[in-house]
Design a protein around this ligand. Sequence first.
Ligand code: UDP
Ligand code: MG
Length: 314
Amino acid sequence: MPPRIAIVLPCYNEQEVLPSTARTLLALLDRFAADGIIAPDSYIMCSNDGSRDGTRSIIAALHSADPRVKGITLAHNRGQQAALLAGLMSVRERCDAAITIDADLQDNPEMMRRMIELFSRGTDIVYGVRSSRDSDSWFKRVSAQTFYRFQSAMGLQTVYNHADYRLMSRRALDILSQYGESNLYLRGIMPDIGLRTAVVEYARTERTAGESKYPLGKMLALSIDGITSFTAKPMRMIFLVGLSLLLIDVIVALWVLYVHLTHHTVTGWSSLMLSVWFLGSLILMSIGIVGEYIGKIFVEVKRRPRYNIEEEIF
Ligand code: UDP
Ligand code: MG
């Protein structure tokens, strides 16, 4: 039996692109089903992220024209990550694998064929990875690359140049459903899930209609969310800064002593200098130590699964 595939689209104010996106994807499903690589009841799930334009009624119209287009509507705009999760959770028990892709189809949908092939051969997560960023504006390219570098410097593990175009098997979806965190950053959770993974490369194209729903502000918020939901490294850095300052203190102390003995300093200057430096580094180190504990709390409160079972033979 070929697998039943659900294509999950996060949609925020996407009235300009949805009709053509649905047409393209339905044609794609028809072709794949004719080739026997997917089940004929594979479908599209539009996860409407509280859009304020005609997205909702367009989804309803598309559904009446072809019931393979399905939809859920979130009550508020919760952001792409939440829309993705909502879509994935709603298809979890009604598919063998789900593929998430942006509604503007900037990520070549033809790559789904390769993703499904890999899935049929036992891969649980297939990452779509951009081979180049030529289609991006200079600003988007530089800011995105800075974002990836900064994340990895902060100790966050992600797949380089992978956004949210990916296939997840039902097993991977079941594990994902156990992640209860509300600051959602799927790209960080994926490597944490484990299982068998593969990568499919493609070139990204420009948006054909509508405009980007990711202005700089949203991108920054996502980046900060990613780092602060996955690593306590910035807090550890506070401690290290304090420790380095303590070493510098020794040099400062020698210098203060030298000036104190050889020049006429203002009364109180030397003691003031020494206390400012020593106390400064002590305070930083103390904050760093408190940070270590907060880091532990941060890991505990997430209640992430402690292990994920790939297979059970009983
Ligand atoms: N999106 C969403 N909620 C938001 C912002 C964006 O569901 O608050 C969706 C949007 O509809 C699209 C995807 O996330 O399907 C990526 O957005 P966009 O294409 O605007 O981002 P870009 O390609 O410019 O990075
Ligand atoms: Mg886009």
